[in-house]
Design a protein. Structure first.
Length: 377
């Protein structure tokens, strides 16, 4: 049994070597996405409101965007009120299905940049590389090839974590042991084992949650294309007379303690206006988007109220996947642990390949000696 697991572990590692290296390396960087954006684009992602300044009314901000960007329609909006993060506004260019992104100062209403493609910024490009390996839309016959490859890589990553735990099921005996042996392959083998033991929790969580996200994204895209593709944005799909501030206030009444964090405007006919948010009394793994209130995009009537606190354990576990995948559930300490786990996962396939090559070289040498003996008989 253990021999079969070892062969499976080796085969999966070799099969998914390049995708896994790209995925775990980009994932380690994306743990610090906001910090990188703040360093590279401080004028776009950071704000410094005057002392005592409050967020402007949402209706005023929506009017500002619609007036200053007439060639676009609102798609979604990330709300921040921490006095240093700019709102992120996502737009759809009229006459297309293409989404764009820009930043807005919610305390002054200033538009901090021009709309750019979703993969324009370095970290957004890395995110696209992380999820699709830049393979989506490359081939007409397989428009979602990147998602499929990413999904298979996540399966391999999860299987590698499980098979590694089986191979080293008594890992606690060697948790901190490292023999001072100067033979390179012995050192490599021990390093591979220790890195696998230390990073296995992160590896499993990242692999399983990544599998979920890629599968969900693929199924959503497949459904969209089965129904004829994405809607081409031609005109506004919500009632211009809606009072968005009143809707946000109502969402707080619908769910006790609800704090809106993300708005989804209708981007296809018949869709509602949706307010995502967070609620108190949840674990640190609960996402900022776990509870939802939806409204009819024309009448403003309440449609659905979804309080995460009232949902099943499975629903709450699913909601935790976002923070578990990127490791920002405990602030900077968990980010550092996740990043180090990712770097360990970068080293694992490299040490694994070195071990595989060493074994193969010994096998080739033995076969060569055996052939030579046969030849001289």
């Amino acid at each position: 049994m253990r021999r079969w697991v070892f062969k499976l572990h080796s085969a999966l590692a070799l099969l998914a070597l390049i995708p896994l290296l790209l995925i775990v390396l980009t994932g380690s960087l994306l743990v610090f996405k906001f910090e990188i954006d703040s360093l590279l684009m401080p004028g776009q992602v950071l704000v410094q409101p005057p002392a005592g300044a409050q967020r402007l009314p949402l209706d005023e901000l929506v009017d500002r965007v619609n007036r200053d960007r007439p060639d676009y329609e609102l798609g979604s909006w990330e709300l921040f009120d921490d006095r240093h993060t700019a709102d992120r506004v996502y737009l759809i260019r009229r006459g297309t299905e293409d989404w764009f992104k820009m930043h807005l100062n919610p305390y002054t209403g200033e538009l901090l940049d021009q709309p750019v493609g979703l993969h324009h910024a370095l970290t957004d490009w890395l995110l696209n590389l992380h999820y699709t390996l830049l393979l989506d839309e490359r081939f007409e016959s397989a428009p979602h090839l990147g998602l499929i490859v990413g999904l298979l890589a996540a399966v391999c990553l999860s299987a590698l974590g499980i098979s590694g735990l089986i191979l080293y099921r008594h890992f606690w005996r060697h948790f901190f042991s490292f023999r001072r042996d100067h033979r390179p392959m012995v050192v490599t083998r021990q390093l591979h084992r220790l890195l696998g033991i230390w990073s296995s929790p992160v590896l499993l969580l990242v692999g399983l949650t990544g599998l979920y996200f890629n599968a969900a994204a693929y199924l959503e895209e497949a459904e969209e294309h089965a129904e004829g593709g994405h809607h081409i944005m031609q005109t506004r799909l919500y009632n211009e007379r809606l009072d968005f501030d009143a809707l946000l206030a109502d969402s707080r009444r619908q769910i006790a303690g609800f704090e809106p964090t993300y708005l989804l405007f209708p981007f296809e006919p018949g869709q509602p206006f949706t307010v995502f948010g967070q609620v108190p009394g949840m674990s640190i793994l609960a996402s900022e988007y776990g509870s939802v209130v939806t409204y009819d995009a024309h009448s403003g009537d309440v449609d659905v109220v979804y309080d995460l606190r009232e949902q099943s354990l499975l629903a709450r576990a699913e909601d935790s996947f976002r923070k578990l995948h990127f490791g920002h559930f405990a602030g900077l300490p968990s980010k550092i642990v996740w990043a180090l786990g990712g770097l360990a996962m970068v080293a694992l396939p490299l040490t694994g390949v070195a071990m595989w090559y060493s074994r193969k070289r010994r096998q080739w040498a033995r076969r060569g000696k055996a052939l030579n003996r046969v030849a001289y008989r």
